[in-house]
Design a protein around this ligand. Structure first.
Ligand SMILES: NCC(=O)N[C@@H](CCC(=O)O)C(=O)O
Length: 681
């Protein structure tokens, strides 16, 4: 017995391996593609930030809504195994379609590097994304439930370990996806999964279960309405009004599912906060300094998951249990929510620090102006009605001057005095450039927010007497100013050229600054030494390491909330509705994403830290509601309830046989475990 049990255990580990490796490959492909999706929208399809972000979130939401479809197909029609195979093929076709949509040569007839027919590329990429959402979402609830199906009812400890390992694989896949291309993994997902085919425990679909569930619920509601008069005796549960027509077992199963789905109502709020990691927190990082921005953003969550899941599973949870505390799944989920709320409090504190260092940007009714003087002498600049600035040659005003009106008149103390009227941009920042010929002074628009991704915005004013060529920029005419170019942090070299003359200058950049470089007429004679720099926006000074606590807190919350939620959804679902409940669980994630979309559309509170605190408070309120709901929830053993109902109905011999077999196996396992313990002693 000992030998055969060991063999069985090894076999189980082997086919569980196929399932978790399958999940690893699938997540690897999904996250790999997702990581470059916004960049594809921005730089290939040339969409603006808002559209790119909205379509990105809509895609993520769709990926978490399609599980309903996958679950219906699996539980009612194909079974989980075939659903995973078929939808993986859909997924692979989606990835290939997406890959084809990125080949600009297909429509680039004039070979200028940009597609000629954007509609074709947009249509193809949208088709690809829909297929990927169908594939990834469709197989996701089935893989988790299918993995769970490989365990028997008495193996709850192993089942919990499975879900932890499953979650580890999700995050290992997402971590590695940042390093290797996603396409290859779709094929390997399928191959790995099919390789284990002969070993899996495959439960058969039980007819169109979702349709039966809907009809049964519909009948219960109709019947209840028909018997609304107080002369009819009340029933224990409103679903009992379906008793007249439907099987007691189906009614009992629906009651179990509805009970859990009701509990899910407050859960999207967790995902609303969680999903802002990729939006608000990423934006926060762009206003901070530190050279690990992209690595931090894409890898810190999976790295922490890989570390925290084993620590929680092997150390923290057993320790809590040893202290005699009952840390039930629903309590863990509540604590997980509180951790996420703390993460947002931490984000708010970091934001307050950042705000102290941010420039004072104009409000929507204000205008800001700075003056740059490239005239040969110091100038006295008067801006009506009462602003007086003394500006050295090749210097600038100390900071921006804020106006609550747009029409200004500028006077220079030249001989004769030069006066010119300007109209400023409402809510904008501008620089008044005074060139070597001050009569042609002009306004140039400045950046009014921190440059993207911690980059630096730079531009040049040509005070030289002829056209100049600067590395990577178009030629600049005398007295003109270039538009801003974004440069990365670190040392950058620029070569200035006019005909045969040239000189080179280097500059070390930090993060998120903006500069205007003033090129004097002597630039070639002093080898670029005389180029002066005007700091339009200071570099970021709050270090990105300050974001680590918020990432740590939210990931701790995720481990408590999400891993437990997965296990809970599986263990509380009746056998024929395991994938449906997994899909319900994933839908909480979809709703969370949709809320993020709405919040992004509605705009922000004037102060970002206040928005973070608002979200933290909302989640605390929701977790209180959830803990009250959880208090009234009684954990069930779906198999036991099903067996009881069957018993009441009179068991069929076939089922009785199956159950006896399972009981015998359970006994065998227990005896074996005791045997192993005795041998160890
Ligand atoms: N760390 C992110 C992560 O693991 N995300 C999961 C979502 C889990 C869930 O919704 O239950 C994933 O990508 O599968």
């Amino acid at each position: 017995t000992l030998f055969s049990n060991k063999k069985k255990k090894r076999k189980k580990i082997c086919y569980i391996f196929f399932i978790v490796v399958n999940e690893f490959c699938e997540r690897f492909s999904y996250y790999g593609m997702r990581a470059v999706l916004v960049l594809y929208f921005r730089y290939f399809l040339l969409w603006d930030d808002d559209l790119a972000t909205s379509i990105y979130h809509a895609f993520v939401a769709l990926c978490y809504l399609t599980p309903i479809l996958g679950a219906i197909i699996a539980d009612s029609w194909l079974g989980k195994f075939k659903t995973i195979i078929y939808l993986s093929i859909v997924y692979a076709i989606g990835q290939v379609t997406m890959a084809i949509s990125t080949i600009h040569d297909i429509t680039d007839a004039n070979r200028d590097g940009t597609p000629d027919n954007f509609t074709f590329h947009i249509a193809l990429s949208m088709l690809g994304l829909i297929l990927i959402a169908l594939g990834t979402g469709g197989i996701k609830p089935c893989v988790a439930a299918f993995g769970g199906d490989q365990f028997q009812e008495h193996q709850s400890r192993q089942l919990n370990t499975f879900f932890s390992v499953f979650y580890l694989c999700i995050n290992a896949g997402s971590l590695l996806s940042t390093l290797i291309t996603p396409l290859k993994s779709v094929a390997s997902t399928l191959m790995v999964f099919i390789a284990g085919s002969g070993m899996y425990v495959k439960t058969d679909p039980e007819g169109n279960i979702m349709w039966s569930v809907c009809k049964c619920i519909g009948f219960a509601i109709k019947n209840r309405f028909r018997h609304r008069s107080s002369s009819y005796p009340k029933r224990e549960h409103w679903m009992d009004w379906a008793n007249e027509k439907y099987d007691k077992l189906l009614i009992a199963q629906i009651k179990m599912v509805l009970k859990v789905l009701f509990l899910y109502i407050p859960l999207p709020m967790f995902w609303t906060l969680f999903d802002q990691k990729g939006s608000r927190w990423t934006l926060q990082a762009t206003t901070m300094s530190g050279d690990f921005v992209s690595i931090l953003i894409s890898t810190v969550n999976p790295i922490l998951i890989l570390t925290l899941v084993p620590i929680m599973d092997r150390l923290i949870f057993p320790l809590i249990q040893k202290c005699g505390l009952n840390f039930s799944p629903l309590k863990r989920m509540t604590v997980g929510m509180l951790f996420a709320a703390m993460a947002f409090v931490s984000a708010a504190l970091v934001q307050i620090e950042i705000d102290k260092t941010l420039p004072n940007f104009p409000s929507s009714s204000e205008s800001q102006l700075k003056v740059v003087n490239t005239y040969s002498t110091t100038l006295n600049v008067t801006i009506s009605p009462n602003e007086h600035l003394l500006i050295e040659s090749f210097g600038s005003s100390a900071d921006y001057v804020t106006f609550d009106h747009q029409d200004i008149t500028v006077s220079l103390n030249t001989n004769p005095v030069i006066t010119k009227a300007f109209s400023l941009i409402k809510g904008g920042r501008q620089t008044l450039i005074i060139p070597s010929d001050p009569t042609v002074m002009y306004l140039k628009e400045d950046v009014k927010s921190k440059p993207r991704e911690g980059k630096n915005a730079i531009r040049f004013v040509n005070g030289y007497t002829a056209d100049l060529n600067i590395t990577n920029l178009d030629s600049i005419e005398p007295s003109a100013t270039t538009n801003y170019t974004l440069v990365n942090q670190g040392k950058r070299d620029f070569v200035l050229r006019h005909g045969e003359q040239w000189c080179e200058f280097s500059r070390k950049f930090g993060f998120g600054a903006s500069y205007t470089f003033l090129i004097p007429s002597t630039v070639f004679s002093d080898d670029c030494e005389s180029i002066t720099e005007v700091e339009d926006m200071k570099p970021n000074s709050v270090h990105m390491a300050l974001q680590i606590p918020q990432y740590f807190l939210i990931t701790t919350g995720e481990v408590m909330f999400s891993v437990t939620g997965l296990q809970f959804s599986y263990s509380q679902a009746p056998k024929n509705m395991k994938s449906v409940l997994q899909a319900g669980w994933l839908c909480t994630n979809a709703v969370g994403n949709i809320i993020v979309l709405i919040v992004a559309e509605l705009g922000k509170l004037p102060k970002q830290w206040a928005e973070y605190l608002l979200f933290a408070s909302l989640l605390v309120a929701v977790s209180i509601i959830f803990s009250i709901m959880a208090y009234f929830y009684t954990y069930i053993d779906p198999a036991e309830i099903e067996a009881q109902v069957r018993k009441e109905q009179g068991l069929e011999p076939e089922e009785m046989e199956k159950e006896t077999l399972e009981m015998e196996e359970k006994d065998e396992d227990q005896k074996n475990e005791q045997g192993v313990k005795q041998t160890k002693i």
